[in-house]
Design a protein around this ligand. Sequence first.
Ligand code: AHG
Ligand code: MN
Ligand code: MN
Ligand code: MN
Length: 337
Amino acid sequence: HDEEMPSTEIITLTRHILADQMRLGPAATGDMTFLLNAIALTSKFIATNVRRARLINLVGLAGETNVQGEEQKKLDVLSNDIMVNALRASGKTAVLVSEELDEAVIVEGRQKGKYCVVFDPLDGSSNIDAGVNIGTIFGIYRIQDGSEGTIQDVLRPGSEMVAAGYTMYGSSANLVISTGNGVNGYTLDTALGEFILTHPNIQIPARGKIYSFNEGNSMYFHEPTLKYLESIKYPQNGKSPYSARYIGSMVADVHRTLLYGGIFGYPDDKKSKSGKLRLLYEAFPMAYLTEQAGGLATTGRGRILEVVPKTIHERCPVFLGSKDDVADLIKFYEAEA
Ligand code: AHG
Ligand code: MN
Ligand code: MN
Ligand code: MN
């Protein structure tokens, strides 16, 4: 019989990123590799706490409200503290922006580095207590030439990010990342404590069969969104209608969209003038990954990655996914204009 031997050629995140950075030649200092390793460590730490949450009394509210007026969960606060501490200690960061902190953190002194990290420490808070998939989202900018690291270094379009990614805490912890050269997915091997390359070069299918919107907001939706949804639920051309999947954790909904295709949307509407999702640490990183995987990401009226942020916590309408599906949606917005 021919039982297969386990592979001795495992590719860890560190090894893979190192190879990616070596591609840049002597210009690469290793700082990005080091920073991404620090982020991977925070994901392992958060994953451990997520798994143990029910056992160590980490479920429920922390008792505070964040700048967006949301009640913070204990795991929101813990995950934020884990990330701020590790990113500061990495010595590679200058500016940190977190969903859970009103103001940006400016790293001073010896710990100051040249990267800025914007992050959603724990995405999908409403799903925590039910044990449904949640995640961490991050985007990275390099400080601008001559800058000491100020808030201006992150008030830049998402197209200027040098890397973006997320970790999904699900049946396994999955880290999906792009440094501007395609998208790769890694799965945490808990025995080794390492993220192993399991999804090389993720390419989003050109068209999918799934739509992912919170349709409970339909009474507030604008016409183009409603007409688009109508077109995929009641197709006129003899095709089958799309299936609905909505988890309510952006990380999980986007992860599925990257792998299976289709469209994810959180539109602006009559009640939420700019939608719900935050531009810097939700919309930009996910738009960056989607484009890197061959898909499209739009506000309905323009490319998400070209939006210029005015404030660190501002919101932005989001539609992203398979390029043909998003192109169909855009047609409804063009028809309106
Ligand atoms: P967060 O938990 O980081 O505040 O983000 C929640 C976001 C996002 O994960 C998800 O896509 C969306 O909220 C769900 O919103 P609704 O409950 O309004 O559908
Ligand atoms: Mn929140
Ligand atoms: Mn979020
Ligand atoms: Mn969050």
